[in-house]
Design a protein around this ligand. Structure first.
Ligand SMILES: NCCCC(=O)O
Length: 818
């Protein structure tokens, strides 16, 4: 492509930081002609230029581990390919622990990453820490972890290498071009308007870094992120500082230390950061520093660092730096096509790990554009996981201040955000408060996770062991199993699908047969063409041309997007998000029938009201929908109640339940019950790289429908080849009642690691930790084969015996629900 200003492009990438440069490079590498990268000032001038350049491969999930490992490998390849140095040095990285909780976390993270099989994490003694990082004072240290192949690179040089590589492959990378507007017609990108002219294009990638949210907003695209002040200081050069010093992270003291041109660079992730750019990011910001709040934010971290690395107290300081970096509401970067505008992709919000993520995010964004889908399970980063309220200035800024600190905080199980709370409240929130609920947050919804007894403060006390609410939640679980429990499930996403062609549309999208009589709920999956699971939900036929679809709280925009994009141009079918129109109460347990029958004035016997039946009913004055279904594996009904009638309906239920042993139960109890039943959790146990056959729910696939479902060919092929028999979702139950599963614990068959848990919780009825995880094997994974092996689960480096089963350990035949 010539260097004159282009009139059209296959894709326009907005933002010439390291992320944009990587996207351009990867698109060009995929053979895209006429890729255009536009940078408003100079490449790398926003955030990239002042990044510390740490390259660490230890990650919280396998996809991220694979991507970071790719990024690192690419740094070597880029140098060879472009002749441009990346400054990459493989010096290793060291994390240290001086508290029992951090030590437990480091060991769990090491075990998890070793199970991913991407990087090797070794635990080391304080003496080994000293040998690796001689400048450290090891007093009070319990131990650490060391990753030999981690390192550091030069952010500007890496950006230049991407640009050079992209140009060599034909991309046009321009500096000094400002994008004023993304052009949209009929819900699709058609190009960009710049200060130098218009470029027509079907694809735009917003890699605008800290500008991305404001740029997105101009096109109605929601990209929640906000800039925060990030600090580091650099010492004078010192003879004891050698270039091969590993990167040191002391998370409890909020600090990282790396060698930087013969000096030490000391960076801070203080617990509560300061948001910056609240009035908007200045347009002319370029290679600028911020005045910051050095005394309050940086100095306390430096003082602690001087205790751990005493030479920092003696050496001179060359600079104290503050610069802006963008943080997202959940500390996860954003990637993927926006749900609002077709062809509008996002790759932004790198949460201070942009250099180590750059290769990976560029690759997945480019492949997503090229193939029309993500190349791996990236639901945790998919821009569709965001909600409009998260993009408000107030929320984005408040949450970013917490996100920065959370990077180095202990990642305790069940940890809840402290900021951005009370964004979305259940219609019966006040009743939950009155009953002493302790809330957690999903998709902004405040949800009762557990209930404290009267006189006990409903507040988490975090640890990696049994937390303060363990026994309370156990008794809620027991109520669901033995008497009756009420769960507020109002946060679940609900969509009304209506119209003459609604049945045909849903038949095509749903694996299950949904052309059923208008009194039935159907459990189904939505699959992609590859047979991977895009959604796990229920569909209730309400009338000939009307269906109520219910899925989890976190997936509203993903599901809506999937539904709407699969309605043909000529099909008459509308989709409405009715989440806020209904409260949902799950009344679950053996006493539910006796409790509800008089209240609903309905015959709820098995004959009159079998499992899967769903009809209209009445609860007091409220017209409601009554559905026999259960996510806890017990006799039970879900009641869908108009929002404005939720409180009186709840009060009637509560009163009626008193003589039946009714207890309010929270989401932690729900999860404990569902995992005992081996029910799936979308995003953890199943996602777009897993098929229903592998997950053990092949029954959701109706292969003989008049209208085949999306992914049916892939499922038919998998059935024929029996390849799913080599990857199966297995339930593990520990024999020792003490250790606790959370997620990602390695699965050992004999001495060999064959997978890891996708979800885990304590099964209070089974009396032990229960986990689900995929076992991949050369042999067919059958019940007999499982029974013939020795299974252990690695919990923080200790191995515990477990039973393994394809069927649920609790009520395998499902008799209690039916
Ligand atoms: N930008 C600093 C990276 C922090 C870390 O990797 O720990």
């Amino acid at each position: 492509m010539s260097e004159s200003f282009p009139s059209k492009a296959s894709a326009v990438i907005i933002g010439g930081g390291i992320t944009g440069a990587s996207v351009a490079y990867h698109l060009a590498k995929l053979g895209w002609q006429d890729v255009v990268l536009l940078e408003r000032k100079q490449f790398a001038c926003g955030t990239t230029w002042h990044a510390a350049g740490l390259i660490g491969t230890v990650r919280a999930n396998e996809s991220h581990a694979r991507l970071t490992e790719y990024s690192m490998r690419l740094l070597h390849e880029l140098e060879v390919e472009t002749g441009q140095s990346t400054g990459f040095r493989q010096v290793g990285s060291l994390n240290i622990a001086h508290s029992a909780a951090r030590w437990e976390e480091l060991r769990r993270v090491a075990a998890m990453n070793n199970a991913f099989g991407v990087t090797r994490v070794d635990t080391v003694t304080p003496e080994e820490v000293k040998a690796l990082f001689p400048l450290i004072d090891t007093s009070g240290l319990i131990g650490g972890t060391f990753v030999e192949h981690d390192g550091k690179g030069n952010p500007i040089e890496i950006t230049n290498a991407f640009i050079k590589g992209a140009r060599q492959k034909g991309a046009l990378c321009l500096e000094g071009v400002r994008v004023d507007e993304v052009l949209i017609e009929g819900g699709r990108v058609t190009g960009v308007q710049t200060d130098q002219g218009t470029i027509a294009s079907d694809f735009v990638v917003n890699c605008g870094g800290m500008w991305a949210r404001e740029l997105g907003r101009k096109s109605g695209v929601n990209i929640p992120l906000h800039a925060c002040e990030h600090y580091y200081a650099v010492t004078e050069k010192h003879e004891l500082v050698t270039p091969d010093l590993p990167v040191l992270r002391d998370h409890d003291k909020c600090v990282y230390i790396k060698e930087d041109a013969g000096a030490l660079l000391v960076g801070a992730f203080e617990k509560r950061a300061v948001a910056w750019g609240q009035q908007g990011i200045p347009e002319d910001f370029s290679f600028d520093e911020l005045p910051g709040h050095m005394e309050e934010q940086l100095m306390p971290v430096l003082e602690d660092a001087m205790i751990r690395v005493p030479m920092l107290g003696d050496v001179g300081w060359r600079s104290f730096f503050c610069g802006p970096e963008s943080f997202t509401p959940d500390d996860q970067f954003h990637v993927g096509e926006s749900p609002e505008v077709r062809g509008y992709f996002v790759a932004a919000g790198l949460n201070s790990v942009g250099i180590q993520s750059s290769g990976g995010i560029g690759k997945v964004c480019a492949e997503w554009m090229h193939n029309g889908h993500s190349p791996m399970d990236l639901w945790g980063n998919d821009i569709r996981r965001m909600y409009p309220f998260m993009g408000t200035q107030a929320f984005a800024a408040e949450r970013a201040e917490e996100s920065l600190g959370l990077l180095y905080e202990k990642h305790y199980p069940f940890r809840q955000f402290e900021t951005g709370r009370n964004a979305r409240l259940s219609p019966v929130h006040q009743r939950m408060l009155d009953h002493n609920a302790c809330f957690g947050q999903v998709a902004g919804w405040e949800r009762a996770n557990w209930f404290a007894p009267a006189g006990v403060e409903p507040k988490y006390e975090y640890s990696f062991g049994r937390q303060n609410w363990f026994d309370y939640s156990a008794s809620e679980h027991a109520a669901a199993r033995e008497t009756v429990a009420l769960f507020d499930q109002s946060s679940f996403s609900k969509y009304l699908v209506q119209g003459r062609d609604a049945t045909n549309v849903l038949q095509r999208i749903c694996t299950a047969q949904i052309d059923v009589s208008a009194d039935k709920i159907v459990y189904t999956h939505w699959l992609n063409e590859r047979g991977g699971i895009e959604a796990d939900l229920t569909v209730t036929r309400q009338s000939e041309n009307e269906y109520l679809v219910i899925s989890g709280a976190a997936t509203t925009h993903k599901d809506l997007n999937w539904l709407r994009r699969h309605i043909g141009k000529d099909e008459f079918c509308t989709v409405t998000d009715v989440t806020s129109q209904y409260a949902v109460f799950g009344v679950m347990g053996p006493n539910s029938r006796a409790m509800l029958e008089p209240l609903l004035r309905m015959d709820l016997s098995n004959e009159a009201f079998p499992f899967g039946r769903s009809v209209e009913g009445e609860l007091g004055y409220a017209p409601i929908r009554v559905t026999r279904v259960s996510f806890v594996g017990e006799l039970g009904w879900e009641l869908c109640v108009p929002t404005e009638m939720a409180i009186p309906s709840f009060d009637r239920l509560w009163e009626a339940g008193q003589s039946h042993g009714l207890k309010l139960a929270g989401l932690h109890a729900l999860d404990s019950c569902r995992i005992e039943k081996k029910f799936l959790h979308f995003g953890h146990d199943v996602a777009d790289e897993d098929t229903p056959l592998e997950a053990g729910v092949g029954f959701v696939c109706a292969m003989d429908k008049r209208i085949p479902f999306i992914g049916q060919d892939a499922i038919a092929r998998q059935k024929d080849s029996r390849s799913h028999m080599h990857k199966r979702l297995v339930q593990f139950v520990l024999k020792d009642p003490e250790p606790l599963f959370y997620h990602h614990e390695p699965i050992l068959m004999g001495d060999e690691c064959v997978g890891y848990l996708t979800s885990g919780n304590y099964g209070h009825t089974l009396g032990a930790s229960v986990g689900l995880g995929y076992v991949k094997s050369k042999e067919e994974v059958t019940a007999d084969w499982l029974a013939a092996q020795r299974w252990q689960i690695d919990v923080g480096g200790k191995f515990y015996e477990a039973s393994a089963s394809l069927r649920a350990a609790y009520d395998p035949a499902g008799l209690r629900m039916r």
